[in-house]
Design a protein around this ligand. Structure first.
Ligand SMILES: Cc1ncc(COP(=O)(O)O)c(C=O)c1O
Length: 408
């Protein structure tokens, strides 16, 4: 038996490796605290679970669902977009529910990329944009996200022959892993760039509801003309702590939504219907869980930033997302520093290079660790630094704003 060449081209998925390493340490009886994965520790709101249980008991929901989702779910998504972003979307043509946004993102590459085509992919970024490009036979062209640019790609630096060969520009704000945010003027420049080179734009936006200090992230589709060339991927995973239920959506350009529907109808059979009812309850029910959860993340964010500051690792508090993107001390690689933390204090963080070469020099710390474990992790970190002085406090790392607060 021989697997296809395209499988050989893929590196192992980042978090599979991390999870295995944690499991091995735990099997040896070591107490490992993970700040690695962006999977909310908080529960799905009770009214959503109640609706899910009720719908699971109804035999009508035991059968194959429709690929394009229940009309009531598409309507609930349209209402939510209207209410949250002031955008009007046609539930029959401009909305497609997904089995979590990850599968939609992956399948969208197959809708846009033919062998040899280029996809413009930020570096660092969520790995699915580049991996699905490669699986579709295309080639990612990486756009460096630099701290001095607020972690926004410099579209003006993309060579015109590359832009002409490109089919899609991937964007993601609030950003994973850098936690940067983008404003409408940047999205409008992205729309103009995409129109000039006849590209599609895919904006991945699962973190618009996870924001702090009163900040309210915008939708890419609010940019003038965005729907002419682009879609936005969204998810219930982070907004309503529903990572385990697998439900998200793509919204926007009708042609792109239709292509994704055609692709998916040949590969999957839609979202289990009881979960679709849970999603409707999440969108249409009380929304107070969102600010409540954000306050918890905000408190954790402040605790982590304070301790990082004390041990000489400077990181600005993010305005949105579940992550702190911190500069590591001089003299280490991201992978080396992450390995040191795991080996010496049993703390897991994600090395920045897991998201691309430009992630070198950074680690990502997730705020989804339960309060007591987070406190314990921070105590360990402070004590470890105090005892071993593995890097000098005399040269704290001060490299400006992490969190992308620049208005580009
Ligand atoms: C930027 C980004 N996009 C998409 C996803 C996938 O979310 P979902 O659970 O909807 O598949 C994640 C999950 O961590 C993410 O960070």
């Amino acid at each position: 038996m021989q697997t296809a060449k395209r499988i050989e081209k893929l590196p192992p998925y980042l978090f599979v490796g991390i999870s295995r390493k944690i499991a091995e340490k735990r099997a040896r009886g070591e107490d490992v605290i993970s700040f690695a994965i962006g999977d909310p520790d908080l529960s799905t709101p009770p009214h959503v679970i109640e609706r899910l249980c009720e719908a699971a008991r109804d035999p009508i929901n035991h059968r194959y669902p429709e690929i394009d989702g229940l009309p009531q779910l598409r309507r609930a998504i349209a209402d939510w977009y209207q209410h949250r972003f002031g955008l009007t979307l046609d539930p029959n043509k401009e909305i497609l529910p997904l089995i979590g946004s990850k599968e939609g993102i992956g399948h969208m590459s197959f809708c846009l990329i033919d062998p040899g085509d280029i996809a413009l992919v930020p570096d660092p970024s969520y790995p699915v944009y580049s991996m699905s490009t490669i699986l579709a036979g295309g080639e990612p062209y990486y756009l460096p996200l630099m701290e001095e640019n607020g972690f926004l790609p410099d579209l003006g630096k993309i060579p015109s022959d590359v832009a002409a060969k490109a089919r899609v520009l991937w964007l993601n704000y609030p950003n994973n892993p850098t936690s940067a945010v983008a404003h409408l003027d940047f999205f409008e420049r992205a729309v103009a760039f995409a129109k000039k080179y006849e590209l599609a734009v895919c904006h991945d936006a699962p973190y618009t509801e996870v924001a702090f200090d009163g900040y309210r992230p915008v939708s890419f589709l609010q940019a003038l003309g965005a729907k002419d060339i682009g879609v936005e991927f969204h998810s219930l995973s982070k907004s309503y702590n529903m990572t385990g239920w697998r439900v998200g959506m793509a919204v926007g350009n009708e042609e792109m939504i239709n292509a994704l529907m055609r692709m998916k109808s040949n590969l999957d059979s839609g979202i289990p219907q009881a979960i679709q009812h849970a999603a409707i309850a999440a969108f249409s029910g009380p929304q107070d869980c969102i600010p409540e959860h954000n306050l918890i993340y905000q408190r954790r964010r402040d605790l982590v930033i304070e301790v990082l500051g004390k041990i000489g690792i400077e990181a600005k508090p993010p305005r949105a997302s579940l992550y702190i993107w911190a500069r590591i001390p001089e003299g280490y690689t991201s992978a080396g520093f992450a390995a040191k933390l795991l080996d010496e204090v049993g703390i897991v963080v994600t090395p920045g290079t897991g998201y691309g070469a430009c992630g070198e020099g950074y680690i990502r710390i997730s705020l989804t660790t339960p309060d007591d474990r987070l406190q314990e992790g921070l105590v360990r970190l402070e004590k470890w630094h105090g005892e071993s002085r593995v890097w000098s406090l005399e040269s704290p790392v001060t490299r400006g704003a992490v969190g992308g607060t620049l208005d580009h």
